[in-house]
Design a protein around this ligand. Structure first.
Ligand SMILES: Nc1nc2c(ncn2[C@@H]2O[C@H](COP(=O)(O)OP(=O)(O)O)[C@@H](O)[C@H]2O)c(=O)[nH]1
Ligand SMILES: [Mg+2]
Length: 247
């Protein structure tokens, strides 16, 4: 029986997270909120939001470590507390919270799989992000030599906790915005199955994104690394394919 929790990385989204938390609580899963080195004021605000809520755990980074580091802090806490699955969701309310039901259904159907959203954007989505995502998804197909990962950037997904922590530990991942992409490629290389569901992603006019041009460069760098590793792994991939086609 899966034991599910929800991980919310939070940086400069204290104004939005209260609404997200209050919409998540009725689902009845414990929430792990990670304060990623927010300012003193924002950290205090977060503390006030979480302090009287049952089953809401607030974890704290002393300085800003990045989205990936926040997710990993949440996942390690989930592992320590024997959760089998962690649903990751953004703090800024961009994700369609009702789709948690779809995720839970898919976790029960395929507990060994990564469950991930496949984004349906509203009209406000910046063109540069939409195009950047298409390029990333193209490279991910190349890096995994498969069509299994439909989208590698959305932060609305569920991880099998044990396997993901092990994978993150063994490959020395980068901890910024590239984490979402790299962990999926590495999990695929480790033989993890994937399931995707369509989900609306909103870009409200008053929304604030921490995504910077430098993140785009870091993403290009990570694709260079992953493409190189894919080439180095080719002999293993070919042998694996030969063996599985004989089954
Ligand atoms: N970009 C960024 N997001 C962080 C960081 N730490 C935690 N987060 C959280 O990661 C999620 C995604 O960040 P966001 O800025 O909305 O990126 P975007 O949705 O891709 O534009 C949000 O829940 C943030 O609060 C960080 O250092 N940088
Ligand atoms: Mg966002």
């Amino acid at each position: 029986m899966p034991k599910i929790c929800i991980v919310i990385p939070c940086y400069k989204h204290t104004d939005k997270i209260e609404g997200v938390i209050s919409r998540l609580l009725p689902f009845g899963f414990p929430l792990i909120v990670v304060d990623d080195g927010n300012s003193k004021e924002e950290a205090l605000e977060l503390y006030k939001i979480c302090e009287n809520l049952r089953d809401v755990f607030l974890l704290h980074h002393d300085c800003n470590k990045g989205k990936g580091a926040s997710v990993l802090t949440g996942l390690l806490f989930a592992k320590e507390n024997r959760f089998t699955h962690a649903i990751q969701i953004d703090a800024d309310g961009q994700h369609n919270i009702e789709d948690i039901n779809k995720i839970v259904e898919l976790i029960n159907e395929a507990p060994e799989a990564v469950i991930s959203g496949c984004p349906l954007y509203d009209d406000n989505a910046p063109k540069s992000r939409v195009i950047g995502r298409k390029i990333t998804n193209f490279f991910v197909k190349l890096e995994t030599l498969s069509d299994d990962i439909v989208d590698a950037m959305i932060g609305f997904r569920a991880y099998p906790v044990e396997k993901t922590c092990l994978c993150a530990k063994s490959c020395n991942l980068k901890f910024g915005m590239t984490f979402d992409i790299e962990i999926l490629v590495r999990l695929k290389w480790a033989g993890t199955p994937f399931k995707f569901f369509e989900t609306k992603v909103a870009y409200p006019k008053d929304g604030h994104s921490n995504f910077r041009l430098s993140d785009q460069f870091k993403i290009s760098y990570i694709h260079t690394v992953l493409c190189t590793l894919m080439i180095l792994r080719l002999p293993i991939t070919i042998i694996k394919k030969l063996f599985t086609s004989h089954d």
